[in-house]
Design a protein around this ligand. Structure first.
Ligand code: TRP
Length: 333
């Protein structure tokens, strides 16, 4: 269901401002969004309301939110071609989340595996907000009539819940909400942890050597790659049986755009140390311009704040209309 005047399909995605974006975020998500900037009508949101579902530090939160936005802009998101905004600037997110809460069965939310993992043994003491996280996420998406939701595969279940909620709403109140689809991209989708290449690179891993932070210095990047877990074989080759080497090669492939065959030929007869050095060089080279731009944006926030303010204004215009339709359909007001 396209809205009048809307020629491209709309994509909505969100990122949590929980500090420290890493190479997996960049290669798996941000970079793809930038590359596909013109394929969709894009709306990107820094989801600070999701961040506060778990304990956070109020003193650093505002900066963390701007820091994430600065990385997106530094990576090449063009605010002239997309909407970039902060979730808490648009009150319609909280408002629609409440209304969706009232049409979403407890059982659907109780099945979410991420909640089960995140709450663990503390199930009784975590916040109601953490339980309700996926309903707020559904509100984010549905407010913008998004057709596609580019996410990592860990978020697929949440997008499916969003579909279920939209369909349940439409059955009860009429065809008001656009039912979105998840978009899970293969390229760069699985950048694995450097210490345990069988799990995804993640900011929640307690070992800082498991990930390359986007702000890491060249020296740190070299050191982390040099210590990355590999195996006791020697041949540099893509091989699912050797996840460490395959991960390093995968990072190299995503950064260079070379084919697997080209890469294997390039490293034929060379040792693991050589691969690690070249992956580090390619990473440093790719991150250097981003870091420079990011630091510029953070050193004077004037432009960044103006981008976020106009993003919020544009987001509000769309969100307000959806919320009005929902109110009308539910007999509110
Ligand atoms: N839950 C998502 C994550 O942790 C972040 C998110 C919040 C999101 N709202 C969204 C992603 C809406 C896509 C669409 O990655």
């Amino acid at each position: 269901m396209k809205q009048p005047g809307q020629s491209r399909r709309r994509a909505f995605s969100g990122v949590q401002p929980s500090g420290g974006l890493h190479l997996g975020n960049y290669l798996g998500a941000i970079r793809n969004w930038v590359l596909h900037q013109d394929d969709f009508d894009n709306v990107f949101c820094v989801v600070d309301l999701h961040r506060v579902t778990v304990p956070h530090d109020p003193a650093t939160q505002r900066t963390a939110t701007r820091d994430v936005a600065a990385w997106y802009l530094a990576a090449g998101l063009d605010p002239g071609r997309c909407i970039l905004f902060v979730q808490s600037h648009v009150s319609a997110h909280s408002e629609l989340a409440w209304l969706l809460n009232c049409v979403t069965p407890m059982g659907w939310v109780g099945r979410m595996t991420q909640f089960k993992e995140k709450s663990g043994a503390a199930r009784e003491s975590v916040s109601v907000g953490l339980f309700d996280y996926p309903v707020l996420m559904a509100a984010d998406i549905l407010l913008y009539d998004a057709h596609v939701v580019p996410v990592g595969d860990d978020q697929k279940q949440h997008v499916e819940l969003c579909r279920d909620i939209a369909q349940a709403f439409n059955r009860r109140f009429g065809p008001v909400l656009v039912v979105p689809e998840p978009l899970i991209r293969e390229v760069g989708a699985r950048i694995m942890s450097l210490d345990d290449p069988t799990s995804k690179m993640s900011k929640s891993n307690p070992n800082p050597r498991s990930r390359i932070e986007l702000g890491d210095s060249p020296k740190t990047i070299r050191k982390k790659f040099a210590r990355a877990t590999t195996d006791s074989l020697t041949e540099v080759r893509f091989d699912p049986e050797r996840p460490g080497i395959t991960n390093l090669l995968g990072i190299f492939r995503t950064l260079t755009g070379w084919s697997e065959a080209q890469i294997e030929a390039h490293f034929a007869g060379k040792l693991y140390g050589h691969l690690k050095k070249e992956v580090a060089d390619a990473t440093i080279q790719a991150l250097e311009p981003l870091q420079r731009r990011h630091d510029e944006l953070m050193s004077d926030l004037t432009w960044l704040e103006s981008v976020l303010a106009s993003g919020a204004e544009r987001a509000r215009t769309i969100a307000r209309k959806t919320l009005a339709r929902v109110h009308e359909a539910m007999g509110l007001g």
